[in-house]
Design a protein around this ligand. Structure first.
Ligand SMILES: [Zn+2]
Length: 353
């Protein structure tokens, strides 16, 4: 007969709670969810349950799953074991191990390679000295509030004309935004140009404002890698907002997005939030945003909500109107009242490209 504590240790798999771990014999090895790195977090799988050690931030000894959750959530031993016991009726037959989570996989390599090359070519084009590239850089700088560093870091590019990539995948004209996690390319989003959308209408077709490269796996967590070792994270509605806000928060604060308000993180992505103590949801203050907020909080009960000052549609809009994101984010992270003078201080509308 297992005690509640033994049962808990056996049925809690650290591989389900920590992202980026790779199997090596009876070990799982990867970045530490508390302090980052590449291979300093080691999990030993034993009959009595998983044990973990971090060579960087640990004390050099192996600890169990209960210790992991105590540290991650700032809970006591009794709280961790009690929490786990509450929803599980003792009369029901107990599984000896939790079922393996259903994990998503990135697109196949024969999509990833040509897609990555195309994204890199678009990034080269955007850095080039053509008039078209200059116009798009000005739009991204003045209207999207993205610095040259950010464009470089995220490999943002511009595709001047529709083209085929790899095995018949169409890449729309526009600003290209690749999403890479743990070395894999999940999608290439394209913010299409007004000219391309007008041209499509003339040809009797419809082209949306966002049209991802065919074969992309949308619904991946943009910026997921930055969650490893982060102390806090802002969840925003789209890639542009994520890139803007990341420019103004401390290095150990992540900004991520599922690409839209309605998209929730599945098992693959929920793990990335595992060790982050402070999860801040920044979703639009409208019906869709409020519904999304409730669903996120059901999935990640530790998450709290934040709002931008009145009159700001989103992070980009706030910054475009000279809102002070450093002061705003600092106050939100400390849980303080946001000072009234953070803005917005103007009412400049969004431009198109
Ligand atoms: Zn560590």
């Amino acid at each position: 007969m297992l005690t509640q504590q033994e049962d808990f240790k056996r049925s809690t798999r650290l591989g389900d709670l920590v992202p980026g771990l790779k199997k090596s014999g009876q070990y799982l090895i990867g970045p530490c969810p508390f302090c980052g790195g590449r291979d300093r977090f080691n999990v030993k799988m034993t009959d009595g349950g998983d044990l973990w050690v971090c060579r960087q931030c640990g004390d050099g000894r192996y600890h169990d799953a209960i210790d992991f959750l105590m540290r991650r959530d700032g809970l006591t031993f009794a709280e961790v074991v009690g929490q786990s016991a509450a929803p599980r009726p003792t009369a029901a037959p107990r599984p000896t191990a939790a079922p393996a989570p259903d994990l998503a996989t990135p697109p196949a390599d024969d999509w990833q390679w040509p897609a990555l090359i195309a994204a890199a070519e678009c990034a080269d084009f955007l850095r080039g000295d053509s008039a078209a590239a200059g116009k798009v850089r000005a739009y991204l700088r003045d209207n999207r509030k993205l610095t040259d560093n950010t464009l470089q870091e995220y490999m943002i590019g511009f595709n001047p004309a529709g083209r085929m990539v790899g095995d018949g995948c169409w890449l729309a004209p526009g600003v290209t935004i690749p999403c890479m996690v743990d070395g894999a390319l999940w999608y290439v989003q394209v913010r299409t140009t007004a000219a391309a959308r007008a041209e499509a209408v003339d040809a009797g077709r419809k082209l949306d404002k966002y049209h991802a490269l065919k074969g992309s796996k949308l619904g991946a967590l943009f910026n997921a890698d930055t969650l490893i070792g982060a102390r806090a994270v802002f969840v925003v509605e789209g890639e542009f907002d994520a890139m803007v806000l990341s420019q103004y928060v401390p290095r150990d604060v992540a900004v991520v997005t599922m690409g839209s308000a309605g998209s929730l993180p599945g098992n693959t992505w929920a793990r990335y939030f595992a060790a982050v103590k402070d999860i801040i949801l920044l979703l639009d203050d409208d019906d869709a945003g409020r519904q999304a907020l409730a669903r996120w909080q059901k999935k990640l009960p530790r998450a709290r909500a934040a709002q931008l000052p009145d009159g700001s549609k989103d992070v980009t809009d706030f910054r475009r109107n000279r809102g002070n994101l450093v002061t705003w984010a600092g106050a939100v992270l400390r849980g303080e009242t946001v000072p009234a003078d953070v803005g917005p201080q103007s009412t400049q509308a969004a431009q198109d490209v």
